[in-house]
Design a protein around this ligand. Sequence first.
Ligand code: 6PG
Length: 484
Amino acid sequence: MTEHSNLAQIGVVGLAVMGSNLARNFARKGHTVALYNRSFSKTQDLMDNHGSEGNFIPAETIEDFVASLEKPRRAIIMVQAGAATDAVINQLADAMEEGDIIIDGGNALYTDTVRREKEIAERGLNFVGAGISGGEEGALNGPSIMPGGPAKSWEALGPLLESIAAEVDGTACVTHIGPDGAGHFVKMVHNGIEYADMQVIGEAYQLLRYGAGMNPAEIADVFRTWNEGDLDSYLIEITAEVLSQVDAETGVPLIDLIVDSAGQKGTGRWTVKAALDLGIPVTGIGEAVFARALSGARAQREAAIGNLPSGELSSLDALGVDRETFVEDVRRALYASKLVAYAQGFDEIKAGSDEHGWNVDPRDLATIWRGGCIIRAKFLNRIREAYDANPELATLLLDPYFKSELASLIDSWRRVVIVATQIGQPIPVFASSLSYYDSLRAKRLPAALIQGQRDFFGAHTYGRVDKEGAFHTLWSGDRTEIQV
Ligand code: 6PG
């Protein structure tokens, strides 16, 4: 036995479900895995239940944990984002040596990652903020991994991460995204897109259920069919599963027993906040985050249900809308709105990358999001092809393939927005995405009027379509125009 056979190639700190599944994944791939958790009982549980799956080195102290790692030491932290992460990083950094690598695999805010990398680099260590997607199942069987941090860390880390990541067409769903916070930024936007994706699926469900009057089992079948076409994706697949579930106790479809207030841990909100700062309209993601917030506003909703005038509402029958046509229209509206959300997400990533000089390649994301992650979808192959053909696409929507798709979706999309409005069903992402789309296409926007108003009350000046420069009209004087 060599001296190194007693050392671990990778260590995992934080052995809640995600951490422990990730550790098992590494072990099953033949790596020796060092384990540390603040309370040793969790470590012991992992050893008792899964210790036979591979080589583990359980440690009771962080010092023993660090000592059991091969150099350069590589330790992945899987603890709650925020203060807990900082505490563990400091403990590890105290025990580690120059050149060692600390990887934060949680959903950290990318600005924290940028700060942490600076602090850690000053201590001679390497810090890698890595987004990991795929939930518990992905962590165990193959997640999509988005590591940032210094390129030289990727050399020491790449093969290890590749060995546990999901694989699509022989390509591992992991690549070096870019320096410092790039990985966590991209993971954040991934989650924002996840929110929009879930919301458009929710809006389709709402229309089929309360517009077309279909029951959950029927709608589950519709989603199963959709999953065989352009919408083929993990989220559509699990939607059919959720809608098919019947409560054992009552015999009622489970969906009808679940409280309709959606939770959120913050990554969707972060995506929107960052987009606001970058000036990127991520309307689909924004509406999805707000829809969750509205669903949770119980007191307001309880006061409003049955108490706000609806106006005269129609029905599919009264409107002469045939159910089969409507279902297909809804599928197309979902697809088009989803396209908008992805286009906006990619816009935000480009803007973030430009702002921070990360050089993120959109093709990489389309590649590593094809498998393992929550938004994995067949559709990502098309996005990859779009960026392969033109990495400088002004918007994904202008890619020739997606343009031709939009041509076949647009009429249905408009019909769904109209019908939903007539029957009084909420479709915040379908509707706002269509407005975004029409705004992009519009020859003239009312922004000209806004510029006129700004100049009127605040002399903020405006540009002219026919001349260079900034202009101001003397609104409270003789209304002549001056160049400023
Ligand atoms: C993933 C997910 C995951 C996220 C959950 C819950 O990529 O595996 O995005 O990281 O934590 O989806 O997010 P919310 O609680 O905010 O819905």
